[in-house]
Design a binder for this molecule. Structure first.
Ligand SMILES: [Zn+2]
Length: 75
């Protein structure tokens, strides 16, 4: 059983939503394979997650869904 590098908690396999910055744009990549610490929430991307993220970003202009997000700045 793999444990968390930071808190030694149990790490469980699953999927995450990953926000990537591409230039001045952001791309939300859903369902990225990763392992998540059940104790502190630290995320460990799976071995080929980076490749999958890169491929998803390369196809981002053809994404079936586009979000509009509010942008706020701390005072
Ligand atoms: Zn942890």
């Amino acid at each position: 059983m793999k444990t968390c590098y930071f808190c030694r908690g149990a790490v469980s396999p699953g999927h995450i939503d990953h926000m990537a910055q591409v230039g001045t744009q952001y791309v939300l990549v859903r369902h990225v394979p990763a392992e998540v610490c059940v104790q502190c929430g630290e995320v460990y991307l799976a071995a080929d997650a980076s490749r999958q993220i890169d491929e998803a970003i390369a196809n981002a202009t053809n994404a079936p869904e586009h979000l509009t997000v509010p942008v706020v700045t701390c005072p």
